[in-house]
Design a protein around this ligand. Structure first.
Ligand code: F6R
Length: 605
């Protein structure tokens, strides 16, 4: 994620303003922070690892003096959260400063080229290449906007950028592709920021940039053009935002949970674009283990279970999944030839950490998948893979779950490729279906928001519900039940559908809600039998099924998922269940962002 801010004023000292605006964006990241101001004698920078208040207290970011400046609050993606990796980043001479949100995919090749030309890098971030590339392009060009435009054209990946330079001291240059960026138009002061709440105390006149737009602000004006160089009529783009600052932080959504559900296409896209060497090395370490174990807690365990099922199905490689608090018995049988995959959004969950430590004591290797760079689970593992979900504020995991599923699916595919079960052609095919995943998730959200809301009226009146599936759908059923239980406080159980007749079906009576998740065509017939068993007892059946399913006419209510590769369908299948839990909690008058008795990070055993 990361939050960026740029402020150009005719008469104000912008140091304190930038710090105040960054604090409004702290929800986008809080690993490190920094400010660059164009001062009388050049660019002044203060930055460091840590939260905004503590870095400001230690280094007085707000004391920097000048009328034009940029700032950044970081959610680390490339390089750990250190002072050196904190933004802004500069060129060799310190005449250009850059803040960036996103991932520059071609940074390695650009960095090699720039090093060959003599540029000296100080950080391990992808962002620093932009500063040096600007410097390189400015060697024979005194028009800094033209330099900026040419530089942006040679970047691939995602970016929201704000740049200042002594070569154009009154201006802040900006560009957007796949990462959000907005302009705020105040009186004698102009803003560029990742999000509207940053400047809402000063102005509610905004321009929301589209992908492929760039330009600059000074204290009294905005210039914008497309990346192809076509000027944009700025006046036709100005909006007046009617939100309060709190509403704006949620981007107009009533709760963070709903905002985060809607963010899934974006962060899944970021995650897919981030598939690289860390995944390949992680897969290699897992494949080389005699036994593969995978562990996690709660929602992360559901994603881990999916990984185990998919890997066994695709590669015939045995994977042993276990809930991390139950680690003793699994660690007891582990040896130095084994590998553990530890999955944790926060990277801090004590049970998962305990499992990791117990396996390490046995000499096993550990690969981790976390959302927080430098978290303790990441630090203590032998190989780290980072998902790119950005900070999740709602206590109930939503976007981090679908991002985990996406990341773990890719890991599983790489393992199957290593073991020779998936060939080059198939890998290419999977790659292209993965590229469609963000838009399919978006389609699913749009198709089933109204459906879930309507269903929530029924669900809110119920005391219990079952979520059933077979095979790859089981983790999704488990997750659907957990979501409903934790935020709507309805007793909900998820389990493999075949288990029904071994006990649970005793509870079923007229209008008892049973949600069926169908993923695999090969298991459809047997699932059909389980649906009939429930219907015969008067259950109200709800089907989450793929487009080509033969069960279309079977259920009382049905959500038909957009067509996709079979092992990506579970990622779509959980979306209506997240929405159902959300709307049911709201219908019952609960705050889904802060469920009772729960904490976002569980650091007690
Ligand atoms: C449920 C939820 C929890 C977490 C669990 C593990 O919505 O968020 O079940 O999944 O506490 O947390 P991490 O992934 O941080 O280890």
């Amino acid at each position: 994620m990361c939050g960026i801010v740029g402020i150009a004023s005719s008469n104000r000292n912008v140091g304190p303003l930038i710090v105040d605006c960054l604090k409004k964006l702290e929800y986008r990241g809080y690993d490190s922070v920094g400010v660059a101001i164009v001062g009388k004698h050049g660019i002044l920078i203060r930055k460091g690892a840590g939260k905004i208040d503590s870095v400001d207290e230690a280094k007085c970011l707000r004391c920097l003096e000048g009328n034009v400046g940029i700032g950044h609050t970081r959610w680390a993606t490339h390089g750990p959260p250190t002072d050196e990796n904190a933004h802004p980043h500069t060129d060799c001479e310190g005449r250009i400063a850059v803040v960036h949100n996103g991932i520059i995919e071609n940074y390695m090749e650009l960095k090699k080229m720039l090093i060959a030309k003599g540029h000296v890098f100080r950080s391990s971030t992808d962002t620093e290449v932009i500063a040096h590339l600007l410097e390189e392009n400015a060697r024979n060009n005194s028009d800094f906007f033209d330099v900026f435009r040419r530089t942006v054209r040679s970047l691939s990946g995602s970016y929201a950028l704000a740049v200042v330079s002594v070569m154009a001291p009154g201006k802040i240059f900006f560009a957007r592709k796949h990462s959000p960026l907005v302009i705020g138009l105040g009186k004698d002061v102009m803003f560029v920021a990742s999000d509207i709440p940053a400047f809402l105390d000063f102005t509610n006149k905004v321009i929301v940039l589209n992908d492929g737009e760039l330009g600059y602000i000074d204290s009294g004006s905005v210039y914008m053009e497309t990346i192809e160089g076509k000027p944009i009529d700025v006046s036709s783009r100005i909006l007046v935002v009617p939100w309060t600052a709190e509403q704006a932080r949620k981007e107009g959504f009533p709760h963070f949970m709903l905002k985060e559900i809607h963010e899934q296409p974006l962060v899944i896209g970021e995650t897919i674009r981030g598939f690289g060497i860390d995944y390949e090395k992680g897969a290699e370490m897992l494949v080389n283990g005699k036994n593969i174990f995978v562990t996690a807690a709660g929602t992360s365990f559901h994603a881990s279970l999916y990984f185990a099922l998919l890997t066994m199905k695709l590669s015939s490689q045995k994977v042993i999944p276990f809930i991390s608090s139950e680690y003793e018995v699994y660690a007891h049988v582990a040896s130095e030839d084994d590998v553990l995959l530890a999955v944790s959004q926060s990277g801090e969950t004590i049970d998962t950490l305990a499992a990791l430590r117990a396996f390490k004591q046995k000499g096993a290797k550990v690969v981790s998948l976390t959302n927080v760079i430098g978290s303790v689970i990441a630090r203590e593992s032998d190989r780290q893979i980072y998902m790119k979900a950005g900070p999740e504020i709602g206590v109930a995991a939503t976007k981090t779950f679908t991002v985990q599923l996406t990341a773990l699916t890719w890991l599983s595919i790489l393992i199957s490729h290593h073991t020779g079960k998936i060939g080059e052609n198939e890998l290419k095919e999977i790659n292209s279906s993965l590229k469609e995943l963000p838009s399919l998730v978006e389609k699913t959200i749009n198709l089933y928001s109204g459906w879930s809301k309507e269903l929530s009226n029924f669900m809110a009146k119920k005391a219990s519900a079952y979520y059933l599936s077979r095979g790859l759908g089981v983790p999704i059923a488990l997750e659907g039940a957990l979501k409903l239980k934790e935020i709507a406080y309805i007793h909900a159980e998820g389990y493999p559908a075949g288990e029904s007749k071994h006990g649970p079906i005793a509870l079923v009576e007229k209008n008892f809600p049973v949600v069926f998740v169908s993923i695999e065509k090969s298991l459809e017939k047997r699932l059909h039998g389980n649906v009939e068993e429930m219907k015969a007892r008067g259950a109200h059946t709800i089907g989450i099924i793929p487009k080509d399913s033969g069960l279309r006419e079977l259920f009382d209510r049905t959500a038909i998922l957009p067509s996709s590769n079979e092992f990506l369908t579970p990622i779509l299948g959980v979306v209506p269940l997240q929405l159902l839990a959300y709307y049911t909690a709201v219908e019952k008058g609960y705050d889904p962002d802060k469920p009772r008795n729960l904490a976002k990070t569980v650091t007690v055993e």
